[in-house]
Structures are given as C-alpha cells and as structure tokens.
Design a protein around this ligand. Structure first.
Ligand SMILES: [Zn+2]
Length: 215
C-alpha cells in the first residue's frame, strides 16, 4: 500500500473516532494531512463518521483541487496554518461542544483562552490564542491565523471552534481531544477557585518535554 493510501485510511479512521466521541456533530469539522506532493482534506458537507478514503480532496499549496471531491469550505484555515508551521503535518478543526462553548464566552484573554490547569494541556496544546469572529467563508480569517500560527500549534476561533495542528495526524487528534477535555474542565470549574500551574511548573514542562508555552 502506498504512503498516500495509508494516510487516506488513517484520515477516515480518525474521522470515525472523532464522530463516535461526539466531537463532530452533523457535517461539522474537517481533517487534513500534509503529503509530499500536496495535501489531503475532508470534502465539503461530509460527515467525519462516514468518510470514503478514495474521495478525499487532494489539493495543491495554492488551494486548487488536484483530485477527489470538492474540498471543505474551510480549506483556507488549513492552508494558513500549514504555510506558517512547516513542523505541522496534520490539522484537525472541530465545532466540538465544550471548546465551542468556551469560544462564545465574553471577556476571554485573547492571548490565552484557557489557563494552564493541567500538564497535558500545556504539553499537547500549548497557549491557545483567540481569533476574532468572522462569518463562515470570510478569507480574512486566514490572515489572522497566519499571524499566530508560527508561535501556536492551536488557535480558537471566536463563536466557532478550535483549529489544532500536530506533528502527525495522531498528535493533532490527541491535542484536539485534550483541548476539548480542558474546555470541559474549565466550564465545570466555573465560579470556583482554581489552582493553575505556576510559572516554575510550566518552565519545568518546557525544559523536560519541550512544551510550547511562552511566558
Ligand atoms: Zn468550522
């Protein structure tokens, strides 16, 4: 089996898992993976639980379709992220309930939407900046992502949901799941006194695990 066919199968499997866990209701959410000769993206209006590996959209680096079904309308979010993160090989974008709920909160810190409450959030997701609201399909969103993607593996789109990149597809999926769980914890903790990790504890995660969390 070629490397590309293997990756196509992995995208369908990851889509199924995210759908089964209730993280991509309806036809929301999209998944992409960088290839040697372009990139693969889930098609427009597709349900992540029922992806056909052979009809995934294959695009070039200008966003043109090379083969497969019409790509997700949100293709440009992925392009902006890849262009500024050569180290990222895959991206998962979700409208998952808890992260989307956080994205609708008034008064978020735009440089860091979720505080460092667990080590795994710091290590897998890192500091999560907020991207202002834009209507679906507004390409200005790409420019906003481009400004932050160099320093952040994940961003939260206001009143929408997270865009999460990873070294490979598994890392991106795990980070998206971690982000969803952390969002859930924060909402569960709402109104309580929360102990966040200290600067020293975060420094230790940066040193020992190369966590990307700039103070
Ligand atoms: Zn979206």
């Amino acid at each position: 089996m070629s490397e590309e066919s293997k990756i196509r199968g992995q995208i369908a499997a990851v889509g199924r898992r995210l759908y089964d866990r209730g993280l991509s209701p309806g036809s929301s959410g999209n998944i992409s993976v960088r290839l040697a000769d372009g990139w693969l993206l889930t098609p427009t209006n597709s349900c992540l639980g029922e992806l056909d590996p052979s009809s995934l959209s294959k695009l070039d680096w200008n966003g043109n379709l090379i083969s497969g079904a019409k790509p997700s309308k949100e293709y440009f979010l992925h392009l902006a992220m890849y262009a500024n993160r050569p180290q990222s090989g895959a991206i998962v974008h979700l409208h998952s309930s808890f992260a989307a709920a956080v994205s609708c909160l008034e008064g978020l810190d735009p440089t860091s939407c979720l505080p460092p409450i667990t080590a795994y959030f710091v290590m897998r997701v890192g500091k999560l900046p907020l991207i202002p609201y834009f209507r679906p399909g507004d390409k200005s969103l790409a420019g906003e992502i481009a400004k932050l993607a160099g320093k952040h593996a994940a961003v939260l789109l206001a009143n929408h949901g997270p865009v999460v990149s990873g070294r490979d597809l598994d890392s991106a999926m795990y980070a998206a799941e971690e982000l969803e769980e952390t969002s859930k914890l924060m909402l569960l903790l709402h109104g309580r006194n929360v102990r966040t990790l200290t600067t020293l504890e975060i420094q230790e995660l940066r040193t020992v695990f190369n966590a990307e969390w700039e103070s």
